[in-house]
Design a protein around this ligand. Sequence first.
Ligand SMILES: Cc1cc2nc3c(=O)[nH]c(=O)nc-3n(C[C@H](O)[C@H](O)[C@H](O)COP(=O)(O)OP(=O)(O)OC[C@H]3O[C@@H](n4cnc5c(N)ncnc54)[C@H](O)[C@@H]3O)c2cc1C
Ligand code: SF4
Length: 329
Amino acid sequence: MTRHPRLIKPSTTQDVTRLVKEAESKIFGGGTDLVPNRTWGLDTSGTWVQLGTVPETTMISIDEEGRWLIGAAVTLGVILEHPKISTLYPLLADAIRAVATPEIRNQATIGGNLCLDTRCRFRNQPPIWRSGLKPCFKSGGDHCYAAPASSRCVAIVSSDTAPALIALGARLKVQSTSGFRWIKTLDLYSGDGDRHLTLEPGEWIEAIRLPNFPPLGVFDKWRMRGSIDFPEVNVAVSVTQAKNSRTMRIVLGAMGPEPVRLREAEKLLGEGPWDPERLMHAVHTARDAVHPYDNGQIGVVGRKGAAEHILYRALKKLRIMMEEKGENA
Ligand SMILES: Cc1cc2nc3c(=O)[nH]c(=O)nc-3n(C[C@H](O)[C@H](O)[C@H](O)COP(=O)(O)OP(=O)(O)OC[C@H]3O[C@@H](n4cnc5c(N)ncnc54)[C@H](O)[C@@H]3O)c2cc1C
Ligand code: SF4
């Protein structure tokens, strides 16, 4: 008989911290990742801690320094409909619009999107399919089908909002038994597809803080079908122009167990004029910076090619946006 998880609805952040410290417990945001995983036997947690009953996690507010805070349990649908957020942060809104379908976005939370479990075509399969394979790292075994030479799981972080929040320079409020701390969005990811978050037992995300002067940015995504599908690759690029300098953030997602910042491309495009040669050079740096494995819907060569294609498309769009604002690209 299938064991059902206990669903607990705490009312304070302290209760959440206490509950998620217990072994076998997980946060329940909107459940659009947890429930399908449960159905396929990929989630075996004993307790689900629902966030939606904790007021701090369900609000969109402004802090004392004028920065927008989005509670982790706010749904993607509510963020899109917010009168200010979509206008002030179109990069984030475009990433949210790319997640699944409107029905799922109305249930899915932003915290759940950042933390959703990693995916791999050797694991995200019905139990009968998986029963033909010996367990891999992520299922408690000692090897990886996607990367046989690897000593760790390389399952994919497929979040669409993660690259956008990294490119925006957003910070995450992490609650723990010793209080809270703010971390950079990229620091949420460990680089190991099995335990892909750096959160320790008892730690969870309460809110996301957006910068009060958002950079100009573009999000793009490549997937098998025009809607519903998870990304085979996604990209977020942003630029902040100051008088004598330009700061770039260029992030590729869904290529492996963590989103990747293309530091070399950021440096190239942060320094000189964006002539076609420099633009292509920046795009080609992706070849050495990301190393997808054969665990997505399309093969490695296709994913790398798609990454360069959407990166080029996003940078060209960003250049047009800069020109429209009278900024030098
Ligand atoms: C058909 C389909 C298509 C999809 N397409 C996409 C897509 O294109 N792009 C995409 O990004 N996602 C996609 N998803 C995945 C999922 O719907 C979204 O990522 C969604 O945002 C997850 O949010 P949730 O609140 O439902 O997460 P939940 O299922 O509630 O939780 C997901 C995980 O995050 C953890 N978690 C949740 N909130 C927190 C928190 N505050 N702190 C710490 N841990 C937390 C949970 O414990 C769980 O492990 C798709 C899902 C389906 C079913
Ligand atoms: S990447 Fe490897 S270890 Fe991870 S789920 Fe896939 S096959 Fe298993």
